[in-house]
Design a protein around this ligand. Structure first.
Ligand SMILES: *[C@@H]1O[C@H](CO)[C@@H](O)[C@H](O)[C@H]1NC(C)=O
Ligand SMILES: *[C@@H]1O[C@H](CO)[C@@H](O)[C@H](O)[C@H]1NC(C)=O
Ligand SMILES: *[C@@H]1O[C@H](CO)[C@@H](O)[C@H](O)[C@H]1NC(C)=O
Length: 396
């Protein structure tokens, strides 16, 4: 009996145990499933996050690209506005000039044809203003002869004869920067000079720069060294600065591509004092400015069609600028472009004119209106070119 009871107890115990173990298995399976599910959700969550990141990155890259585009656009617009401003400046300058030549019409109503006529009159006046009261009908037609006078000074420099009527003085500027110049009594004393006793050393209050200086009516006009575009007028008698001015828009690039030291090139003819410079806003073309030598104010400015690239110099004869071109290697200098402020001489009429070849290149050329000669500095040789001239068509 007891044994039977024991067996029964044992049997029931086994039963419970078996029951417990099946329950455990179920639980284990359940948890495993849950863990797997959670893992799957984690993986998909991670994938979502990754694609989100990618999209964020793409978007910011796109934004960066857009910002770049906007910057490019901005600088394009800035450039456009700048060039527009200089163009407006030019037009204003011309309008202002014409305006001073037009009679006051503010209170009168005028018909278009009358206005047209007045503009034409103003234009012919503008031309007439420059030649008024002065006999100037010379036009350059060729180079008659060449004379090498001397070899003195630096490789670059300039020399010129005083254009004042009845003056025979010679001025000598060696190099491209200095505060002294030499004055000789005549061409003869310049060519004869073999000592320092024959010339006068003139010390200027400020150094000059380049090779474009001019002497006119007892004053020397030059580019004040170390300034961009300051013109000085210094008395040759007492060496004091009589006047100074800034030449508008000048001094940013050399006047002639082959003469890197010269930013302002002065010229004198029968009409008076001129300055030539090159304007980068205008394709590097040459710009002529007529100066009033007494007040040092700008009378008028002309944008020309002549390029500064490969130019080595220019000279002005009766309001016509002739530009001399060469090559970097120093070939034969030739005149290939002209600009006439009176519109009576055209480049098309000008055959390409060669200078007789001697040395390599001209660092300066100064026309003397009475002599009809060019005083040139050819690679350290002081050279005179005698010009052939013709009578110019008179503007009416
Ligand atoms: C300036 O000119 C004088 C006289 O011609 C010369 O002796 C001197 O060396 C020059 N100075 C420079 C810096 O070229
Ligand atoms: C310098 O010039 C003087 C007079 O002009 C002359 O007598 C002398 O021989 C010359 N000297 C030289 C070295 O040429
Ligand atoms: C210097 O000379 C000029 C004429 O060449 C004259 O107009 C000016 O008043 C003079 N200046 C002085 C300070 O003497």
């Amino acid at each position: 009996m007891f044994l039977k009871l024991l067996v029964m107890l044992f049997m029931s115990l086994y039963d419970v145990k078996a029951q417990r173990s099946t329950q455990d298995v179920f639980m284990m399976e359940y948890f495993q499933r849950r863990i797997l599910e959670m893992e799957e959700r984690l993986i998909s969550c991670n994938q979502d996050l990754q694609s989100m990141n990618q999209r964020m990155y793409d978007m910011s890259a796109e934004m960066r690209g857009q910002v770049r585009n906007v910057n490019v656009l901005k600088s394009e617009i800035q450039g456009y506005v700048d060039s527009l401003a200089t163009r407006v400046d030019r037009v204003e300058r011309d309008v202002e000039y014409l305006h001073t030549k037009l009679p006051d019409t503010s209170s009168v109503e005028i018909s278009d044809s009358l206005l047209d006529q007045q503009v034409k009159e103003a234009q012919s006046k503008r031309k007439a203003v420059i030649i008024q009261g002065k006999e100037c009908s010379t036009r350059f037609s060729g180079i008659k002869s060449q004379k090498i006078v001397k070899k003195a000074g630096d490789v670059v420099g300039s020399w010129l004869k005083d254009p004042t009527v009845d003056s025979s003085k010679i001025y000598f500027f060696s190099g491209s920067r200095n505060n002294t110049l030499l004055q000789f009594g005549s061409l003869k004393s310049f060519t004869d000079s073999n000592s320092t006793t024959k010339h006068k050393v003139i010390q200027l209050p400020r150094p000059w720069q380049g090779t474009g200086h001019a002497v006119y009516d007892g004053f020397v006009y030059y580019h004040n060294a170390d300034t961009r575009n300051e013109v000085l007028k210094v008395s040759l008698v007492n060496r004091t600065v009589a006047d100074r001015m800034l030449l508008p828009a000048a001094g940013r690039i050399p006047t002639y591509g082959l003469a890197p030291h010269t930013f302002l090139d002065f010229a004198v003819d029968k009409l008076g004092l001129w300055v030539i410079h090159a304007d980068p806003d205008f394709g590097g073309n040459l710009v002529i400015t007529k100066l009033d030598s007494r007040s040092l104010s700008v009378e008028h400015t002309w944008d020309t069609t002549c390029k500064s690239h490969n130019a080595e110099g220019a000279f002005i004869v009766c309001g016509t600028m002739y530009v001399v071109y060469n090559s970097h290697s120093g070939g034969r200098s030739s005149i290939q472009c002209l600009f006439d402020i009176h519109d009576s001489v055209w480049t098309e009429e000008l055959p390409v004119m060669y200078f007789p070849k001697r040395y390599s290149s001209h660092s300066s050329m100064h026309y003397h209106p009475q002599d009809k000669q060019i005083y040139a500095w050819d690679d350290g040789y002081q050279t005179i070119y005698q010009l052939d001239v013709k009578k110019k068509l008179q503007v009416t």
